[in-house]
Design a binder for this molecule. Sequence first.
Ligand code: FDA
Length: 261
Amino acid sequence: MFSSSVLTVSHHPQVRRVVTTNSASRRLVGRFIAGDDLDAALGPIRALVQRGLLVTVDHLGDGDRMALDHATAICAAATRVGTTVTLDMEDHTNVDSTLGILAALRREHPWVGAVLQSGLRRTEADAADLAGAGSRVRLVKGAYAEPASVAYTAKADVDEAYLRCLRILMAGQGYPMVATHDLRMVEAARALTVEYGRHADDHEYQMLYGIRTAEQDRIAASGERMRVYLPYGADWYGYFTRRLAERPANLAFFLRSLISR
Ligand code: FDA
């Protein structure tokens, strides 16, 4: 009870500001934290070693700061080769920090895109915020199991919200990226492009590598922009299991292939 109250209070921005800037509190912090950077920590490390103690060094990185630094470097590289970057979206606990990073990146690189998930109740408001000129938004349904307090739990509600968000984005000045394998959504997007007088170069369709490949070819052949999202990398497990979870048939296919090996 006590510790959770302290944690709740500590998240308050004013409390954070006082603790990090006030000289008395900084002295208290200094008792428990060896410094803000490695140079500052070297003195305390040496002192402990001289006392015959072993030392484990824990780098307390600011996750958002680190993400912003890395994303800034990636955006600079993208600018050099003439391409764009879109920030993936994880579960609802990360939406505010991801949109914060997006806003920071867009100050220098206005073309940086975001993913919005129609499954979240907040997303219509986020879509309206991000429907301005130059803004690139990839609209998805959302791949995470979210609580009813923040998300629609019925698939029909997620779909209806997708259509509402799609309209907001298509009516706006930005560059909507229609990321779905649901042909009803693709058809709705096409109708909205006509309704709002859009052209083939001011929006695009996106699908995942390996899913609905014939449809991908068909959309590209119709003269629309069709982008395939191609994942790679050693840390593939979470992505893979989300794709299995999306479709019982995939899970059944996977289990069958294990059994028949
Ligand atoms: P829906 O789930 O209703 O599926 C419609 C139809 O598509 C299904 O009936 C089936 O035929 C086919 N289909 C869908 N998924 C399939 C699968 N796994 N295997 C085979 N067929 C399938 N999510 C997120 O939370 N954060 C993110 O950053 C992204 N990024 C992202 C980028 C891109 C380019 C895409 C296309 C999707 C994402 N997603 C995502 C995933 C997204 O949120 C969603 O989980 C999936 O796209 C599935 O939803 P659909 O819109 O396809 O509809």
